[in-house]
Design a protein around this ligand. Sequence first.
Ligand SMILES: C[S@@+](CC[C@H](N)C(=O)[O-])C[C@H]1O[C@@H](n2cnc3c(N)ncnc32)[C@H](O)[C@@H]1O
Length: 319
Amino acid sequence: MAEFTNLVKILKAAGEVTRLRLLALLGAGELSVKDLTDILGQSQPRVSRHLKLLSEAGLVTRHAEGAWVFYRLADRGETRELLAALMAQFDDEDEVIVADRNALAKIQAANQQQADAYFSKVAPSWDDLRKLHVAESAVEAAILRMVGNEKIGRLLDFGTGTGRMLELLKDNYDFGVGIDSSAEMIAVARAKMSAGKIPHAQIKLGDILAIEPDEPDADLIILHQVLHFFADPGRILIEAGQKLVTGGRVLVVDFAPHNLEFLREHNAHQRLGISEDIMQAWASVAGLRLEKFESYANDNQADGLVVCLWLFTKNQERT
Ligand SMILES: C[S@@+](CC[C@H](N)C(=O)[O-])C[C@H]1O[C@@H](n2cnc3c(N)ncnc32)[C@H](O)[C@@H]1O
């Protein structure tokens, strides 16, 4: 519930044509100032001024990434309920809403094309690596089984890449955040969230070794094929442990120890798989207790990699 003078400020911020259009557009998910500017056909400083007012009223939140700034509807705080009520008032057949949504769809298609072009460039090396895995569908089925049916409030996907985990688990969480340090990967992930109509997932450019302090603690953290890119994966587990609520879980999916040395040179792997013992040691330093472990071998490939799933629970704060 908002305090009286704040309520006036919030209603004044929302009560203007361009700003109401901005709120309606952001109802579809996170958008950059660049895209919003293109859709509204107004100058960037003008659009930014409107967004600043919405942000000051607590109606939207801002997330800067280099030269680009992203906005999304506030998902916490006193304006949350008010925004939900406002979104319910928008008429899907209203000509302003329809025109803005059509313009948004055009921009999304252009963004998707750009992402596809990037993907077609990297596709050859990805496919080589995929052939070494167990069938993706078997591992994904195991992930869904391990995570279970219990509703997850907040999910953090560390090293989200193209956002596949956020897509796979979209019905399991209330709000998902994918973090990745590669601008190309997150462009693809954003396009995927948009195309898949997953507005309750947010993609952020960031370093999983230095998670923003204001990132709220999660109920589940996923580390899917990420740890072997680090010389010291234990640091990532510590970081993950610190970003979990007590009782929260970490799901690690990674390779069992292997000797495919060429993966270091050609695919930037630092670790050639992770043994159960070493993982256990890192986890206990991070204050995580092993709940479940499963492994999947690739039956179709003699030198195929074994994929392991570890599910941990945080039962205490690290001392
Ligand atoms: C093999 S991909 C896995 C992507 C995704 N988890 C999946 O399984 O589809 C590893 C990802 O980790 C990301 N990454 C590497 N170092 C990172 C860091 N320090 N912070 C955030 N992401 C990082 C890479 O950009 C890449 O997208």
